[in-house]
Structures are given as structure tokens and as C-alpha cells.
Design a protein around this ligand. Structure first.
Ligand code: PMP
Length: 281
């Protein structure tokens, strides 16, 4: 594992953040999470572009150009010596005497590279259990902000009951998971929540929609209710860290026959091919 802060590589647990750092005190910042397969960061440019959008969304000017960030990520992976890794990076508004109103200070950029955590194989083979919870988040969920209290509390509640993910519901419609997007398959058609400020534009979500098109799976971006999800033939969550994980049950009610569905498996195979193709040759 390795850390990086504002131009310097450090040991991951080295103390480097002053108390009056706004990411630390206010969660005043944005982040990204990228998976590295066989030394190659998957869909890196997409993630860096999203970081820029998130930063612009809260008026933070990144301390590096997108090209510089790309170079830092690649150098960090090299330095870590890891082949299968996860890269976390964040930009915060920087350091200033604590005050809600913010001065024009220079932003801060930190990054870690760590060995990839693995989702148990069994979760892919059998699917995961989920619960439905009220979406208590703010109105700008398209920004990948450091403020994750509602997400972590919902995830914790799910985990306490032995569930892998909490699926969030706002005004009667499914938005997304606490750290994933949600897809449903019904009568061979793929459904997912449309991009609004209520959800994060998942990089994996986007890749899946393109792969679906290439496989002639019709996809519709449309709001759907928890009932529609529960009555689906198949359902799955998507994210950088889990790729595609079949949903076995929602609130203990099985989806379809409770086994990962064919469309889900097809899309996951295609995603794996896309990923493996990114470092082949
Ligand atoms: N929604 C939320 C709230 C998330 O935290 C994540 C994980 N980053 C996702 C969706 C999935 O996004 P991605 O595919 O880019 O990892």
C-alpha cells in the first residue's frame, strides 16, 4: 500500500492532515475509487472526468490537470508494486481556519493504493440479500461528495441484518444502493434509474448500458418502484468495487427464482471481457 498527498508519496498511515483541513472538518471535498486489474486502472479517464465534474459541482478547483491526475494515479500504482489494487483519491477544499463560509484557499489532493478487497465468489454465484430503506440524502447525489453519513448508516443497517446492500427509495421510487446503482430485468428488458441529481452517474452503470446495447439487450432508463423491483425476473447492483452482483432477495423476498439470471450473467461476462481487454496485449 502507498499514500500520496499534494505531490509527495508517503506511508499510508503517516499523519498528514492538519486539524483544520476542510475535508476532515466538513467533509468538504469529492472523491473517486478506481479498480486496478493486472496493473491497469479500469476506466480511469471516466473516473477522472467525473472527479472534475464533482469538484466543479461544489466549487473546488482541482490542484492538478486531468492529465496530471492520470499520471499520478499511474505512478502510484507502479510505486505500490500491486497488480490488483484499488485506488482511492480525493480532492478537498484545503486548509483554512474553521468557518462554514470558505475562503479561496488552494485545494488538497490525496490518494491511496491498496490491495483489492475481494467480494466472495459465493456472492456472485448465489446473489446478495438487500433491504429497502428511505433515501435520506441531499439533493445533489450526482456529486461524489465525501459526505457519506446517510450512505454509511444505511449500509451499516443492512449489514447488521446480514444484507450486503441497502437499496434506497425516494418519493416511492428506487434511486440507487448506498454505494451502487440498481438494475432490474423484466421480460428480457433491462431497467435502471435515469440520471438525475438523485443518483450518482456510475461508471459501471454507463459501461453496462453500452454492453447491453452491444448484446442487443433493450435497456430503458426509467424510474421504477420497489414493487417493480420485487417482482422483477432478475435484479443486480453495479459498482466499481463489485462490478455486477446479482440480487437474490429484497427485504427477504426472492427475486425471480432466487438464482442469478441469464441476462445478469451475460452482462457480467461482457463486463469482465471489457476489463480483461483493457490490459490484454
Ligand atoms: N452510487 C453510489 C452512491 C456510489 O457510491 C457508487 C460507487 N462509487 C455507485 C453508485 C457506483 O458507481 P461506480 O460504478 O462509478 O463505482
Amino acid at each position: 500500500s502507498i499514500g500520496f498527498i499534494n505531490g509527495q508519496f508517503i506511508e499510508i498511515n503517516q499523519a498528514v492532515i492538519p486539524i483544520e483541513e476542510r475535508g476532515h472538518q466538513f467533509g468538504d471535498g469529492v472523491y473517486e475509487f478506481v479498480k486496478v486489474y493486472n496493473s491497469v486502472p479500469f476506466l480511469l479517464e471516466e473516473h477522472i472526468n467525473r472527479l472534475e465534474k464533482s469538484a466543479a459541482g461544489i466549487d473546488i478547483k482541482l490542484p492538478y490537470s486531468l492529465g496530471e491526475i492520470k499520471a499520478i494515479v499511474i505512478e502510484s500504482i507502479k510505486k505500490s508494486g500491486l497488480k490488483d489494487a484499488e485506488v482511492y483519491f480525493q480532492a478537498t477544499r484545503g486548509i483554512a481556519p474553521r468557518n462554514h463560509a470558505f475562503p479561496d484557499v488552494s485545494s488538497s489532493f490525496t490518494l491511496t493504493v491498496k490491495p483489492s478487497r475481494k467480494v466472495p465468489k459465493q456472492s456472485y454465484e448465489e446473489g446478495i440479500d438487500t433491504i429497502l430503506l428511505e433515501d435520506e440524502r441531499w439533493g445533489r447525489c450526482h456529486i461524489k461528495s465525501l459526505n457519506l453519513l446517510p450512505n454509511i448508516l444505511a449500509k451499516h443497517q443492512a449489514a447488521k441484518g446480514g444484507n450486503f446492500e441497502a437499496i434506497l427509495v425516494k418519493d416511492g421510487y428506487v434511486t440507487e444502493g448506498t454505494s451502487s446503482n440498481v438494475f432490474v430485468v423484466k421480460n428480457g428488458v433491462l431497467y435502471t434509474t435515469p440520471l438525475t441529481s438523485n443518483i450518482l452517474a456510475g461508471i459501471t452503470r454507463e459501461a453496462i448500458l453500452k454492453l447491453a446495447e452491444s448484446a442487443n439487450v433493450v435497456s430503458i432508463e426509467k424510474k421504477f418502484t420497489p414493487e417493480f423491483l420485487s417482482e422483477a425476473d432478475e435484479a443486480f447492483i453495479s459498482s466499481t468495487s463489485v462490478e455486477i452482483l446479482p440480487i437474490r432477495a429484497v427485504n427477504q423476498q426472492l427475486i425471480g427464482n432466487g438464482k442469478p439470471g441469464e441476462t445478469t450473467k451475460t452482462l457480467h461476462n461482457l463486463l469482465c471481457k471489457l476489463r480483461d481487454g483493457s490490459f490484454a496485449s
